[in-house]
Design a binder for this molecule. Structure first.
Ligand code: ADP
Ligand code: ZN
Length: 602
């Protein structure tokens, strides 16, 4: 981009969006697309992808067509752009014939900067004809991973989008996604015919997200404590594996005073949509959901994502946790994990209908995730390494904040494995632990396991410690649950070396958490809030809620939390000072400035 164009881009960024500077690769991407180039943008959620096409849309002549698979999001995005004074509209199945006509006319007459369309609508002959008669600035293909038949967001209509390239060869295209893996990237390039496109890959690190994986004991109680201590009144998502567990957990949270709502594919479409809508629009709602609750979420201020069950892969974990903290403010990814999760995920793989190849890949993906769960090193380093990125310990994950102690578990492992062997590889951890600890339960005596020499051999460790040993043995591949035999733990090829004393086994120690991380978090929150007038912030939020209600848009469309916090801290005295804050562009300043100054003055 030449100097004049660069200055113009920056000026628009300041004036329209109210941001002082570009973030990461944004400036480069904007320059490339504004100059007519094709681009593929891989950026994590919250990285600032929208600006990469919204600014070129304003810089180039004509209308930018934005293909987006999600109708609800389209509406909110258009509402947010209108707040900025940008001429934006959407075209989807929620409009009636008259509205569609008006929209098409505005497009032909060059009255729109951006037009959001659903992919199926874009491919209609009538729409394509209308495009031929219009001046087009660019095509933006959002959530471009929807072309991937292997991902769970696959949209067949996305496959037809390569037509755009054939029909409108002169119009630049920018495809965007937060899906990081190389296969998906290659598939996007191939299916959308983006071979000529410049590829922009950002770091997939989400520094504001704190990763924590705790040892699962009483998961619900642990979750409730986590919410109460660290996220009282915050919006969050709790992921569970089954619909039943979603319903039960939501009801249980409600009975303990948390504003929780369920979401899963077994609910009727209407209540599902209603719950999603409340989550999106109201503040402080916790949605308990299966992974069916996914792509439709564009809420920037989700403060935590909790997993009560293990996801299937690191990709899944990263995508789900990535829904926290899009606004860049501190957020938590919290997961409770135990031996039961390992057993359950293995069962799902063993019992799946998939091919041998599919199962092999699934096991490898699960193993990578278990490695993340059991690592004694930085979680973030491990996570990023999986996506091919190197990094240094982050200081913002549980293992960095409270490094786990490592103990030599070779002896305990040998005892555990020989207990498995002596009892015939037919039992689960509960029974095995009873035998090791020398508890003569009915089951133990029935099988005459009290006569074995392993009986009572592990009395030196308590039950929780043994549970940990078995979990880690399974996660490390020394034990494998067998689902033909009701989840009995069996030895593996690798266990032999341990049994023979040829292989040392190190394990994480389960020191009971003393809430140090929680304290650090609270201290951090206090730091961040220092200088913020809490009463003023409350008033600003109440004012924002009233505005949002009146206009029928989500609260964050008016202003993000961050902007309100900045106002409460800086307490600007005049319009100039107010306009200098991030997130307040010219239009919002003009529209809301007087009311905000009034609130600041008290
Ligand atoms: P993505 O689509 O990549 O998930 P968004 O485009 O929604 O991310 O942007 C995430 C957040 O970052 C939004 O709140 C947006 O206002 C903010 N943002 C984007 N670019 C900038 C920037 N240059 N300066 C400040 N904030 C930005
Ligand atoms: Zn770390």
């Amino acid at each position: 981009m030449n100097a004049a164009a660069e200055a113009r881009a920056l000026q628009l960024l300041n004036r329209v969006f109210g941001h002082p500077a570009f973030r990461g690769a944004q400036a480069e991407i904007v320059g490339h697309v504004a100059g007519g180039g094709d681009a593929l943008v891989l950026m994590p959620t919250g990285g600032g992808k929208s600006l990469c096409y919204q600014l070129p849309a304003l810089l180039r002549e004509g209308t930018a067509l934005v293909v987006s698979p999600l109708i609800a999001l389209m509406q909110d995005q258009v509402a947010a752009l209108k707040q900025l004074g940008v001429r934006a509209a959407f075209l989807n199945s929620t409009l009636d014939g008259r509205e569609i006509n008006a929209c098409e006319r505005a497009l032909r007459d060059g009255e729109l900067d951006l037009l959001y369309v659903a992919p199926e609508r874009l491919m209609m002959p009538r729409m394509l004809e209308c495009l031929v008669e219009s001046k087009l600035a660019l095509f933006a293909i959002d959530e471009a991973h929807c072309v991937s038949q292997w991902g769970h967001d696959f949209r067949p209509e996305y496959l037809q989008l390569s037509v755009l390239h054939e029909r409108f060869p002169g119009v630049p295209r920018i495809a965007l996604t937060a899906t990081a893996d190389p296969q998906t990237r290659d598939e996007i390039i191939r299916r959308l015919a983006l071979d000529e496109a410049r590829v922009f890959i950002s770091s997939f690190d989400r520094p504001n997200i704190r990763y924590t994986i705790v040892d699962k004991q009483d998961a619900r109680a642990q979750l409730l404590r986590f919410i109460r201590e660290e996220h009282d009144g915050d919006a969050g998502i709790v992921y569970c594996l089954s619909r039943k567990k979603v319903d039960e957990t939501a009801a249980w949270l409600v009975s303990h005073g948390v504003r929780a709502l369920p979401y899963h594919a077994g609910m009727d479409a209407q209540s599902r949509a209603a719950n999603q809508d409340r989550f999106q629009r109201e503040e402080g709602i916790v949605v308990v959901a299966t992974i069916a609750f996914g792509m439709g979420i564009d809420k920037p201020d989700v403060r935590f994502v909790a997993h009560l069950d293990l996801p299937k892969s690191i990709e899944g974990y990263y995508q789900e946790t990535g829904r926290a903290g899009r606004d860049g403010a501190p957020a938590d990814a919290w997961m409770a994990y135990g031996l039961g999760d390992v057993v359950q995920q293995r069962r799902m793989i063993d019992q799946s209908e998939g091919s041998e190849e599919y199962r092999r890949v699934s096991v490898a993906k699960l193993d990578a995730l278990l490695g993340l769960c059991e690592t004694a090193g930085c979680r973030r380093v491990r996570l990023l390494a999986y996506f091919g990125e190197a990094g240094a310990p982050c200081g913002n994950c549980d293992t960095c904040l409270e490094p786990p102690q490592i103990w030599d578990a070779t002896e305990a492992s040998r005892k555990a494995l020989s207990c498995v062997y002596r009892t015939g590889q037919r039992f689960g951890a509960v029974h095995l632990i009873d035998v090791l600890r020398g508890r003569a339960t009915d089951r133990v005596t029935q099988w005459e396991h009290h006569r074995l020499n392993v009986f009572g051999l592990g009395a030196d460790l308590d039950e929780a410690a043994w549970r940990n040993v078995f979990r880690q043995l399974a996660a490390l591949g020394y034990l494998r649950p067998d689902h033909e035999a009701y989840g009995a733990l069996k030895l593996t090829e690798a266990s032999r070396a341990v049994l023979k004393g040829e292989q040392r086994v190190d394990m994480r120690h389960v020191a009971p958490r003393k809430g140090r991380a929680a304290k650090t978090r609270r201290a951090a929150a206090a730091d961040a809030l220092s200088g913020v007038d809490a009463g003023l912030l409350e008033r600003l939020k109440a004012w924002r809620m009233a505005q949002a209600r009146e206009q029928g848009v989500p609260a964050y469309v008016i202003f993000h939390d961050r902007t309100l916090a900045e106002i409460a801290a800086a307490q600007p005295a005049d319009m100039d000072a107010l306009g200098a804050l991030s997130g307040i562009g010219a239009k919002k300043l003009e529209r809301y400035g007087p009311a905000l100054l009034e609130l600041v003055r008290g």
